[in-house]
Design a binder for this molecule. Structure first.
Ligand SMILES: Cc1cc2nc3c(=O)[nH]c(=O)nc-3n(C[C@H](O)[C@H](O)[C@H](O)COP(=O)(O)OP(=O)(O)OC[C@H]3O[C@@H](n4cnc5c(N)ncnc54)[C@H](O)[C@@H]3O)c2cc1C
Length: 407
C-alpha cells in the first residue's frame, strides 16, 4: 500500500500524520523549517484556557517519536510532483542542516560563532549566532547552521567536541512514491509595513500581534517581560488595533477568524504582566463565536480594559508616546488616545505553495478536495483556530486514507 505525504509540520500536518499512522498507514511528514510545530510553537499561550501550547504539542511529538509508521523530514521542500491519485512520484529537496545527529545541543558551537543574525523565531526582536538552536523546545533538539549568514570560518567545527558540524554537507534530493498528499502549509502573518497609516516599521513601539506573542513568552527575547522595543520601558497604556489590514479590499479582504481572540488573550498578558496598565482595543466588530463568548465577557469585565468600536485612522509618534486617532462609532466622537505601545492585529495569509495545479480560492487558500488525491488541512484551507484546525486535519486523514485504499 502507498504512503501518505503530508506537506507542512504545523499542528494540522502533525495531526493528520499521527491520526493516519495510528490507523496503520505509512506517513511521510515534511517541514521546511528546521523544527516541527509551525506557528503554534511561537505562541505564549492558547486562548481560551491560556495554557502554554507546548503541553498539547509535546503529546503529539511523542506520538511521532514512538510511531515507526511516521517518517519526518525537516528543512525539506517539495521540488516536483508527477502522477495521479494512488500513484504519485514526489521529488523532495532536503536542505543541509550542517549539524549531524551527534549534536548534544551543548551550545559550544554557538558560543564560538562570530556572526549574529536576526532571530526569525522571535520575529527579529533579537539575534542569534549563525549556528543556533531554533528554540529551547525544538524538535528535533539539534542546532542548525544558517547557510546564508555563515561565513564558513570553521570556529564552530573546532569548538564542537562531538564532531557534529559538517560545513560541507550538501542538499540531498530524494524521490518517494505516495498514494495521496495533504497540504498543511498553514499561514504567514500579513506584512504590516504595507499598511501605511499604522506606522509599523516607522515607529519602533508599533509591533504586530505575533511579536507580542514572543515578547510575552518566557522563552522569548525578553524572558516574558513586556517592554517597549524603543527604550525597554514597561508600557502602561497599550492599544490593540483590530483588522490591521484585514477586511480591507486594499489588503486582505477577509476576516482571519482568530485576531479578536488573539488580542483579548494578549490584553490578559499585559494586564497580568503590568498590574497598573490599561488596554484599549479598537475594533470593527468583536468576533468571538460560540464557546469563546465567555472569554470575551471575562476580559471585557476588567475595568482597565476599554473596547472602542471604531476603525483607526492613523497612528503618530509624539515624543515617546503614540497617538491613536479613531472615531468612536457608538458616541460619534473623534478620539485621540495617547498610549506607550501599539499592537497591530495582523491577519493570517496563506503561504505560497511550491506546487502547480493546486486549486485555490480567491484569497489564496487551498480548496479542500482537489479531486485527485490531494487535500488541504487547517489554515492552508481557511483561517481557523487550533481546535478547528485539528478537527479539519483529523478528517483529512480519513480522506487521504481513502485515496490510498482506492489507489
Ligand atoms: C497572533 C495570533 C495568535 C493566535 N493564537 C491562537 C490561540 O491562542 N489559540 C488558537 O486556537 N489559535 C491561535 N491562533 C491561530 C493558530 O496560529 C492557527 O490555528 C494554527 O497555526 C494553524 O496551524 P496549521 O498547522 O494549519 O498552520 P501553521 O501553524 O502555519 O503550520 C504550517 C507549517 O507548514 C510549513 N510549511 C509551509 N509551507 C511549506 C512548504 N512549502 N513545504 C514544507 N513546509 C511548509 C510551515 O513552515 C509551518 O511549520 C493565533 C493566530 C495568530 C495570528
Amino acid at each position: 500500500m502507498q504512503d501518505i505525504l503530508i506537506i507542512g509540520g504545523g499542528i494540522s500536518g502533525i495531526t493528520t500524520a499521527v491520526e493516519a499512522a495510528e490507523t496503520g498507514y505509512n506517513v511521510t511528514l515534511l517541514e521546511k523549517n528546521p523544527y516541527l510545530g509551525g506557528r503554534v510553537i511561537q505562541m505564549n499561550r492558547y486562548f481560551p484556557k491560556l495554557c502554554p501550547p507546548y503541553c498539547g504539542m509535546e503529546i503529539n511529538l511523542k506520538r511521532i517519536r514512538t510511531n515507526n509508521k511516521i517518517k519526518h523530514y525537516t528543512l525539506t521542500e517539495v521540488q516536483n510532483i508527477t502522477g495521479n491519485e494512488g500513484n504519485y512520484e514526489v521529488t523532495l529537496k532536503i536542505n543541509p542542516r550542517k549539524v549531524t545527529e551527534k549534536c548534544t545541543a551543548c551550545g559550544e558551537c554557538s558560543a564560538s560563532c562570530p556572526i549574529e543574525r536576526k532571530d526569525d523565531f522571535n520575529l527579529g526582536l533579537n539575534t542569534t549566532k549563525a549556528v543556533y538552536l531554533p528554540h529551547e523546545l525544538a524538535f528535533p533538539y539539534r542546532f542548525v547552521v544558517d547557510t546564508k549568514a555563515c561565513i564558513k570560518c570553521g570556529a564552530c567545527v573546532e569548538a564542537c567536541k562531538y564532531g557534529a558540524i559538517d560545513l560541507n554537507m550538501q542538499a540531498e534530493t530524494i524521490k518517494l512514491k505516495v498514494g495521496s498528499i495533504v497540504m498543511a502549509t498553514g499561514w504567514q502573518p500579513y506584512d504590516a509595513s504595507k499598511i501605511d497609516n499604522l506606522g509599523f516599521g516607522k515607529y519602533k513601539d508599533v509591533i504586530t500581534n505575533m511579536m507580542m506573542e514572543r515578547l510575552a513568552a518566557p522563552n522569548g527575547p525578553t524572558q516574558g517581560k513586556i517592554i517597549r522595543p524603543s527604550d525597554q520601558k514597561e508600557p502602561k497604556k497599550v492599544a490593540f488595533v483590530q483588522c490591521a489590514g484585514s477586511r480591507d479590499e486594499n489588503h486582505l479582504p477577509y476576516c482571519s477568524a482568530v485576531c479578536c481572540l488573539a488580542s483579548l488573550k494578549q490584553i490578559t498578558y499585559v494586564r497580568e504582566n503590568i498590574p497598573d496598565s490599561e488596554a484599549f482595543m479598537f475594533y470593527i466588530d468583536v468576533r468571538t463565536p460560540g464557546k469563546y463568548e465567555e472569554f470575551y465577557t471575562k476580559v471585557k469585565g476588567d475595568e482597565r480594559v476599554h473596547l472602542i468600536k471604531g476603525k483607526v485612522a492613523s497612528i503618530e509618534q509624539d515624543g515617546d508616546s503614540l497617538t491613536v486617532e479613531a472615531e468612536d462609532i457608538l458616541s460619534g466622537n473623534k478620539l485621540r488616545v495617547v498610549v506607550d505601545m501599539v499592537v497591530l492585529a495582523c491577519g493570517m495569509q496563506p503561504t505560497n505553495g511550491t506546487l502547480n495545479n493546486i486549486s485555490r480560492d480567491q484569497n489564496g487558500f487551498i480548496s479542500q478536495v482537489q479531486g485527485n488525491g490531494i487535500y488541504a488541512a487547517g489554515v492552508a484551507r481557511k483561517p481557523a483556530d487550533v481546535s478547528s484546525s485539528v478537527q479539519d486535519a483529523t478528517g483529512c486523514a480519513l480522506k487521504a486514507i481513502q485515496s490510498v485504499v482506492r489507489g
